[in-house]
Design a protein around this ligand. Structure first.
Ligand code: FO1
Length: 310
């Protein structure tokens, strides 16, 4: 197995975590997790992408739902509803609450998000992977909608059920934020950097928008491989299609190649999108075709192997 710092994977949430579960069987690695969907609920710091990756790699995620802990109950949320809390549209389970209480308490004692994330992963039994938040600063992905103006991504996706028309995506606080030393060293030392199959607009771009991150990424001599989350004109999961439309991009692998232009050496796309390969290669990245759908554990491992060999 490789050392954890030889392979670095940039991640988002649901799609990424399935891919990373496959990668866990193939290699050790470091995850640079998106922090743009972090938010405060009930006075607690909630980090959905860090948590889904942690729960998945610890083997306790509710993979069917794509977030939270398997078998969780929602009694605390019910109690908060009875008390009249306004934030109960975001369904935090009881076991999940424990993570947020623990994280927030340690951060209030002065521990960084990086330190707390490493502690939680260790205590939950994550093996073979080091999970790092992209930055210790607070960055928020906001969606500007035609109907209701600007809001946090969680409000757009969960409260409004992704039904509003996104006009623009903003990464609030990203420019002033800096990658942590752990992330900077990780990117610098990596032999291979993988952009997980994640929504480019809400999972990868928030990280690439962090002050100095793009330069850090470009400077790294690692081989850079991205896996497209698109299949035809749909995304595996989440709001990718609508978000890309907001950028006047059709939700295709070709658009993903355009968004990552100059950043990646290889784009892995689904074989059903073979017709886009030539145009993708014109953006400067070579194209590898395989089945990118992850319906089983074998699919996850197979895709991980392709990303390691591309
Ligand atoms: N997604 C939902 O669609 N509905 C929810 O109620 C919800 C609650 C939730 C609680 C904790 C958590 O870590 C994630 C949660 N998610 C929920 C997922 C989350 O909104 C997004 O899918 C990710 O942020 C995107 O990566």
């Amino acid at each position: 197995m490789n050392a954890k710092d030889a392979v670095v994977a940039l991640s988002g949430g649901t799609g990424s975590s399935k891919f990373l579960r496959g990668l866990q069987k193939v290699s050790n690695f470091t995850v640079v997790a998106n922090v743009g969907d972090n938010a405060w609920f009930h006075g607690l710091y909630v980090c959905p992408d860090i948590d889904i990756v942690t729960y998945t790699l610890a083997g306790i995620a509710d993979s069917k739902r794509g977030w939270g802990v398997r078998g969780d109950t929602f009694k605390a949320l019910g109690a908060l509803k009875r008390l009249g809390s306004k934030d109960t549209w975001f369904n935090i389970g009881d076991l999940d609450f424990a993570t947020h209480v623990f994280r927030t308490a340690l951060m209030k004692e002065g521990r960084s998000l990086t330190q707390v994330t490493l502690t939680i992963a260790r205590r939950l039994g994550v093996g073979g992977a080091r999970i790092l938040p992209a930055t210790d600063a607070h960055v928020e992905t906001h969606v500007v909608t035609a109907e209701k103006g600007e809001m946090h991504l969680q409000e757009f996706w969960v409260k409004e059920k992704g039904r509003l028309t996104p006009e623009r995506v903003r990464y609030v606080g990203a420019r002033q934020a800096r990658a942590t030393n752990e992330v900077a060293t990780g990117i610098d030392k990596a032999e291979r950097i993988i952009l997980s199959p994640a929504n480019p607009m809400t999972s990868i771009m928030p990280t690439l928008s962090i002050g100095g991150f793009r330069e850090l990424f470009m400077r790294s001599k690692a081989r850079k491989v991205a896996i497209s989350p698109m299949l035809g004109e749909r995304a595996f999961s989440g709001p990718a299609a609508g978000m890309m439309a907001a950028k006047k991009l059709r939700p295709t692998s070709l658009s993903v190649a355009k968004l990552y232009k100059g950043l990646i050496d290889v784009l892995v796309i689904d074989e059903s999108d073979r017709a886009q390969a030539q145009e993708i290669e014109r953006t400067g990245a070579s194209c590898v075709m395989t089945s990118t759908l992850m319906k089983s554990g074998e699919d996850e491992v197979r895709l991980a192997k392709v990303a390691m060999e591309a």
